[in-house]
Design a protein around this ligand. Structure first.
Ligand SMILES: [Zn+2]
Length: 170
């Protein structure tokens, strides 16, 4: 897949929040950009700006380097956007989600569930038997319900995420 600006904005927002989008939009397609330039271009204070950059760095979407200003003797920080890493991050987020959903799917398949009619909670067989099939919250009788809809939904969600991964691997 070819990385586009729209794609990196989506991935960055997914991982670090919508707030980082203007920053990503500015950095995208440029080489090293100094913090001075960012403060200037985005009309933002350096500290909140750095916090966003650190968030992006944590997920490998930006890289930093510094250079000593010979005249003033201080360091200037530069940031570089890494568009290629957005594919890796996009896949990683989805793979982690799939893993969680698979664990949940396994539980759904291996358990029978007894929900409270008043929707206080849902117990599995062992828990329900402990409470004599009465909701510990409100006392309502808990009946066994079919969780095949939940299973179908989980499977569909896993499928969708897998397709999203396949698409970026093309
Ligand atoms: Zn209840």
């Amino acid at each position: 897949m070819k990385v586009t600006k729209k794609f990196v904005e989506k991935v960055a927002a997914e991982a670090c929040g919508e707030d980082v989008v203007p920053l990503v939009r500015y950095l995208y397609g440029k080489g090293k950009v100094s913090e001075f330039e960012l403060v200037d271009a985005l009309k933002e204070d350096v500290q909140p700006l750095r916090n966003k950059l650190y968030l992006l760095q944590k997920v490998s979407l930006v890289d930093s380097s510094r250079k000593k200003d010979k005249k003033k003797g201080w360091y200037i920080y530069y940031w570089t956007f890494k568009p290629q890493n957005s594919i890796w991050l996009y896949k990683k987020t989805r793979e982690e989600k799939i893993e969680r959903l698979r664990a949940r799917l396994k539980r759904e398949k291996n358990n029978q569930y007894y929900p409270c009619q008043n929707q206080c909670m849902r117990l599995n067989f062992d828990q329900a038997i402990n409470f004599n099939f009465k909701c510990p919250e409100c006392g309502e009788i808990m009946y066994l319900t079919d969780n095949s809809e939940t299973i179908k939904k989980l499977e569909a969600e896993i499928n969708k995420l897998q397709q999203e991964i396949n698409k970026v691997e093309e």
